[in-house]
Ligand binder design. Structure first.
Ligand code: PLP
Length: 398
């Protein structure tokens, strides 16, 4: 590249793409078939699916599919408008009633997806110069919501509640303060220290919001989420979660006090200025809420599989980053090595997904495995052996 000459935007963008390729951070879209099943297909090759968020297997469930088809036949293909115009078709009320009964909350609404839910909730709730306190490993949608709100964005070190408290102490008492945390962290698979966070929330008169994207359907007696598992649901002001992971389809929800939901309905821009969900999605959400409560055995089986997978990889000497859930990363290190590791596993027939910066910190490249209730133990055993073999070959384990 010529020195001294100002690049135009086209040259700048192509230089940026070139740089991403050079540091092994360039992403590519790959067509994937059967990702709703334990074995998927990429480029005509069958691979064990240890990469989906379909934790309970509902993405391929006949009952969900049937209720989607019925919804289409009854209510049509599209939503026709935003919910506040004429897009609020009858299935919304049915699905939201099911949601509120399931969560035993005062009120709740369904939002188009988790990303816009987090953007919308945080930016509706906080004003310029308010404060948001966010775990450093929270999901990107929380980070973006904080930025959009123009509140002061204070990120505390992962799980470091002394750090959180020090930051809370410094914030002026008259400012609105929101503490927000994932309950299961999406890249490390560990659990928020929710009990201790509730103590701080009360001590500093803050608002508490949790993101149950990876815990909805999995924790709690009826799959309500991790807050219910700890019986802390009444201490949490805003419970957000999604239908797009364990619940098998698409969309998000938020539950809380009636006035809070009323406020969000009036103030969330992503809710007001975006078309309602198609009826089929609401059909799936409603079916999933009902089914997930009736099938605790899937949750149990998922926990059993997850624990077995974690313990086995740890026994081989892998660093699983403190995982306590169905999300089980193994740390590899540099980008290039992480990519190579993933490539080896794919050659062996495992759909291993490398996760690199900026999604995770520099030099903490990892393979992020997810197990589901619909995997069978022999397949997990087979995968664990292959992972260990590649780990030894590449010097990741001894
Ligand atoms: C997946 C995810 C989201 C986004 O949800 P979508 O419905 O996929 O937009 C938000 N928060 C967390 C923690 C997630 O893992």
């Amino acid at each position: 590249m010529k020195v001294g000459k100002q690049l135009n935007w086209e040259e700048e963008i192509n230089a940026e793409l070139y740089r991403l390729e050079e540091i092994s951070q360039k992403r590519h879209l790959i067509t994937t078939r059967f990702a709703e099943q334990p074995w998927l297909m990429i480029n005509g090759r069958k691979m064990l699916n240890l990469a989906s968020n379909n934790y309970l297997g509902y993405a391929g469930d006949e009952r969900l599919k049937k209720s989607m088809i019925e919804a289409v036949n009854t209510y049509g293909a599209g939503a026709t408008a935003s919910r506040l115009i004429v897009g609020n078709h009858p299935l919304y009320e049915k699905a939201e009633t099911a949601l509120v009964n399931w969560k035993k909350a005062e009120a709740g609404i369904i939002i188009n997806n988790g990303y816009t839910a987090n953007l919308g909730i945080i930016s509706a709730l906080l004003r310029r110069d308010d404060f948001v306190f966010s775990d450093k490993l929270n999901h990107a949608s929380i980070v973006d919501g904080a930025v959009l709100s123009r509140a002061k964005h204070q990120r505390y070190r992962h799980h470091d509640l002394n750090h959180l408290e020090a930051l809370l102490k410094k914030a002026p008492t008259e400012k609105r303060k929101l503490i927000v945390t994932d309950t299961i962290f999406s890249m490390d698979g560990d659990l928020a220290h929710l009990k201790e966070i509730v103590v701080l929330k009360e001590r500093y008169n803050a608002i508490l919001m949790i993101d149950e994207a990876h815990a909805s359907g999995i924790y709690g007696k009826n799959g309500e989420g991790y807050a219910h598992h700890l019986n802390l649901q009444n201490k949490v002001d805003i419970q957000m979660g999604t239908f797009s992971k364990a619940l098998g389809s698409f969309g998000a929800y938020v539950v809380g006090k009636k006035w809070l939901i009323d406020y969000l309905t009036n103030r969330m821009r992503g809710f007001i200025y975006s078309t309602a969900l198609p009826p089929a999605i609401l059909g799936a959400a409603k079916a999933a809420i009902e089914i997930v409560q009736e099938e605790p055995e899937r949750r149990t089986l998922l926990q059993t599989h997850a624990e077995y997978f974690r313990e086995s990889l740890m026994d081989y000497g892998f660093n699983i980053c403190g995982s306590q859930s169905q999300i089980v990363p193994i740390i590899i290190g540099e980008n290039e090595k992480t990519m190579k590791f993933a490539g080896c596993l794919q050659k062996e027939g495992i759909a291993a997904i490398p996760v690199r910066p900026p999604t995770v910190p520099e030099n903490e490249g990892r393979i992020r495995f997810t197990v589901t209730a619909v995997h069978v133990k022999q397949d997990l055993d087979w995968a664990i052996k292959k992972i260990a073999l590649v780990g030894k070959e590449m010097g990741v384990i001894g």
